[in-house]
Design a protein around this ligand. Structure first.
Ligand SMILES: C[S@@+](CC[C@H](N)C(=O)[O-])C[C@H]1O[C@@H](n2cnc3c(N)ncnc32)[C@H](O)[C@@H]1O
Length: 238
């Protein structure tokens, strides 16, 4: 079961819970934890994916999820996105990341908004949701899943976690974007490829390209895909 960190008890207690979490299952996750913890510890806000204002994500969320029901930010890192959503009145926000360092940094950023965010320390490749969400947001996580079986499992997880009518907003490097991020190889994708991965259970609502400028001044091309989870069609047999 994924360890869920409810930060209602306050920042101090939350940070204690992050530190005291049991190790994740031994399926390669520990290396990922070490890699990502080290990235946040050594670079802080100089990580290439840092953005002071998550403008593109906020715009798509406001356009396709205006009702503010519930949102899971997968691979949230220490992004300002959940802080900005909390400031806009969202009250059921969820952050998932494999890095406890990132979640601790996010908790600091949230400050007084910590009580509307539940934190989950988990690897998305093995995550099983114990509740459903209306909105799924992923900026630069799926693109690290290079293996077909991991990508198919990811799409299955989204299908199982999203309520019918809910939307998945996914951003990753486009074919003219970088081939690596944080020293890891990524799988560049078009929105058409992402829609094809998710299959008929989802309808493609929106596809666009956005350019992220890294703190070092480099331009990175992202392809953004918005998909709606449809009702699973009933099968009938005679
Ligand atoms: C490139 S960063 C993007 C962070 C954040 N979404 C943003 O836009 O600032 C990728 C994030 O995904 C997390 N991550 C990488 N692989 C993961 C996995 N398999 N499961 C969960 N989180 C993962 C990393 O710890 C990191 O915080």
């Amino acid at each position: 079961m994924s360890p869920v960190l409810s930060n209602r008890a306050g920042l101090k207690s939350l940070l204690r819970q992050v530190v005291l979490l049991p190790p994740l299952p031994q399926n390669g996750n520990v290396d990922h934890q070490t890699h990502w913890n080290s990235a946040y510890e050594t670079k802080g806000d100089e990580v290439s994916w840092f953005e002071g204002e998550p403008t593109q994500s906020l715009r798509l969320i406001e356009q396709f999820a205006p009702a503010k029901h519930s949102l899971l930010d997968v691979g949230s890192g220490a992004s300002w996105l959940l802080v900005r959503l909390a400031e806009r009145g969202w009250s059921d926000l969820n952050a998932l990341d494999v890095s406890s360092t990132a979640l601790a940094l996010l908790a600091e950023r949230l400050g007084g908004h910590a009580d509307v965010v539940t934190m989950v320390l988990a690897d998305i490749r093995t995550f099983v949701a114990h509740r459903s969400y209306v909105t799924w947001h992923d900026r630069a996580v799926l693109h690290f899943l290079n293996r077909d079986d991991d990508r198919i499992a990811y799409a299955e997880t989204v299908a199982a976690s999203l309520q019918p009518g809910g939307v998945a907003i996914i951003g990753g490097f486009s074919p003219d974007g970088p081939t690596h991020c944080s020293g890891l190889e990524v799988r560049q994708s078009t929105s058409k490829e992402i829609a094809s991965l998710f299959g008929e259970r989802f309808t493609l609502l929106n596809a666009e390209i956005d350019t992220h400028i890294t703190p070092q001044g480099n331009a990175q091309s992202f392809s953004w895909t918005v998909l709606r989870r449809e009702e699973t069609p009933r099968t009938s047999h005679c």
